[in-house]
Each structure stands twice: as C-alpha cells, then as structure tokens.
Design a protein around this ligand. Structure first.
Ligand code: SAM
Length: 318
C-alpha cells in the first residue's frame, strides 16, 4: 500500500480520518494485500485503509479536493460495496489478465481491483481526479485523457483483455461501440451503465429495444444484465436506474461479417426508420441491398426489429 505524501496527508487524509470512525482508517490503497480473494471483492479490508465507496469518505475527499461532482462528466460515485463486489466477481480476474478501467474517479472500483491485480490501466479525463489518483495509487498506470480519443486498437493489441468500468453516462454507449470495433476484441467487459442502455444491449429480436446496439454487441459477445442498480447506490444519486452488464466474448461470432463497415451502415440506416417494413425501407434508403432479401429468406414485410443477427449479417454479405 502506498503512503500518502505529507503535504497531501494534511488535507485529504485528515479529512478522511475525520470522516471515518476508526482512527486507523486514514490511508487509501488497495483494500487488501492478498490477491485474488473473493472476500476482498465483497469489501473486506484490513484496518488502515479508507473505503472509497464510503459516503462520508467520498464527501470528505470531495471537500478536501474542493471538487463538486461534475454532471457533464457523469460523476456519480459508487457507494455500495456489494455492487463493487458483483462487478469485480463478474470480471473473474486471473493472474495473466491485463485490465482496463474507464473513469476511476475517486477510486472506489480501482481500490477493489488493485486488491486483485496490479495489471491495471485506467483512463480518467478529470484533472482533479487524476491528481488525486496519482497521489494515492502510485502503482496505477493512469492515462489522463478522454476515453473517446484513446486508440483502443493499441491498448487491446498491447494486451488489455478485460475492461471493467462504472461508465460515465455521457460516453457509455459511444465507448462500447468503439470497443466493439477495435481489435483484438477483449475477452470480457463489465460495465455499469444506464438501465435503458443495458436494455438495448441485451435486447432480443422481436422486442421494441432490439436495434443497432444489440446487433453490434451480440454479434461477438454474449451480453447479460447481471444486476439492476438503484440510484441510491450512487452519490450523488442519478435520476435513473443503472445496471451491471457483462460482455463475454463468443468462441466464434454468431455470423461471418467480412465487411464490418458495410454491415454497420446497413443496420444503422435501416433502424433510422425502424417502423418501416424492411422492403420499402431498403428500396428507399439502400436499394443495393434490396435484391438480397429474397436470397436471405427475409420477407420484405418484416420490420427491422424482428430480423435476427444472422440474417442481418447474411444481408450485409449479399
Ligand atoms: N469509478 C468511479 C466510481 O465507480 O465511483 C467513478 C465513476 S463516475 C460514474 C465516471 C468517471 O468517468 C468520473 O470520474 C469522470 O470524471 C470520468 N469521465 C467522464 N467522462 C470521461 C471521458 N470522456 N473520458 C474519461 N473519463 C471520463
């Protein structure tokens, strides 16, 4: 565990010590020194480590940093140790894994992840959070940048095989789409996101929420909502429910997609008029795909949301 430098200790650590009841809980670091224990993920920790999911600790830290949660950056901090445990357990961290965390913020999730592994890269945009994290998690490889500007191909080919993140709402689905288009695809991704986005990611053909996000995600991943999360699990509480979603890479994609750009353009364009039957939709917007309908066994009267992923892929190949 890293020691807090004296000048920081005087502001942040004193604030934390005041906020925590036990006098020994005034340092920050991984929750436990032994790696790989499921009990760690559930929130057990030795005396001397301040829990960064504790509301009083968060409040004290924010005060000492003179920082107000930034709505635009989706700064809703997790204050529920059980949810942290669920996220970390879902990642099934192994010694060889290289993890990536997006938006570590004050470090609630980072702290629990670092108790399991030291192979963690984190990306944070907020300068105040970055300086706090650099002070308290000195072993953390931290990139101070916007996650939407990061070259994910470089990170993934450099070894990142699992992503774990309480994603900022403002960039959630855009980041997921970027990750799905980078290579090589990570083995597992665990995201806390808005419940409404989770519903779109996990939707099945025939449901109203089935569309581009479900199609692009489920082509290569089994996507599952593993826990709905109440606004009360965050500080400040957001207006909407969230969910923890697990992406597990399939052994093989659901269907062959040799030209991903063509597949993406087809799906995106058709779903801009999701109520229109696929036949008239294609005739008006993408006539080059119209002939493919018969070949792929798709009735022109079908609505886009009823067409399964395998048929979208076949149509894109036609
Ligand atoms: N991980 C912490 C937790 O679980 O309590 C904080 C999560 S908070 C929902 C989202 C974090 O993402 C914030 O720390 C915010 O500053 C950061 N963030 C927001 N937009 C970002 C972006 N475009 N790139 C990188 N980080 C971003």
């Amino acid at each position: 565990m890293e020691k807090v430098p004296p000048e920081t200790k005087s502001r942040e650590a004193v604030a934390i010590a005041t906020a925590t009841e036990r006098s020994g809980e005034a340092t920050i670091g991984p929750e436990h020194s032994e790696r790989g224990s499921a009990a760690n993920a559930a929130g057990q920790r030795p005396a001397g480590v301040a829990k960064l999911s504790n509301p009083s600790v968060i409040r004290a830290l924010l005060d000492s940093l003179e920082h107000r949660p930034n709505k635009g950056l989706g700064q809703n901090y997790l204050i529920d140790g059980n949810i942290l445990g669920i996220i970390v357990a879902a990642a099934k961290i192994k010694p060889d894994d290289q993890l990536l965390e997006i938006g570590p913020g004050l470090g609630a999730l980072t702290q629990v992840l670092l108790a399991e592994t030291d192979k963690l890269i984190a990306i944070e945009k907020d300068r105040t959070m970055v300086s706090h994290l650099r002070t308290h998690f000195q072993t953390l490889e931290l990139l101070e940048t916007d996650v939407l500007d990061v070259n994910l191909n470089e990170l993934f080919s450099g070894g990142v095989n699992k992503i774990v993140a309480n994603l900022p709402y403002s960039v959630g689905s855009r980041f997921i789409v970027n990750a799905l288009e980078a290579a090589p695809l990570p083995e597992k991704m665990i995201f806390m996101i808005q419940k409404e986005v989770a519903d779109r990611l996990t939707a099945q053909p025939g449901s109203k929420t089935f569309g581009p996000l479900a199609i692009w995600s489920q082509l290569n991943y089994e996507v599952k909502n593993i826990k709905n999360v109440s606004p009360t699990c965050f500080m400040p509480a957001p207006k909407v429910w969230s969910a923890v979603v697990r992406f597990e890479k399939r052994a093989a994609p659901l269907a062959e997609v040799p030209d991903y750009a063509r597949f993406k353009r087809l799906v995106k364009t058709v779903f801009t008029q999701r109520r229109k039957q696929i036949g008239s939709n294609l005739r008006n917007n993408l006539p080059e795909f119209f002939q493919g309908l018969e070949k792929c066994g798709i009735d022109p009267a079908t609505r886009p949301e009823q067409i399964p992923i395998e048929q979208w892929a076949a149509l894109a190949r036609s």
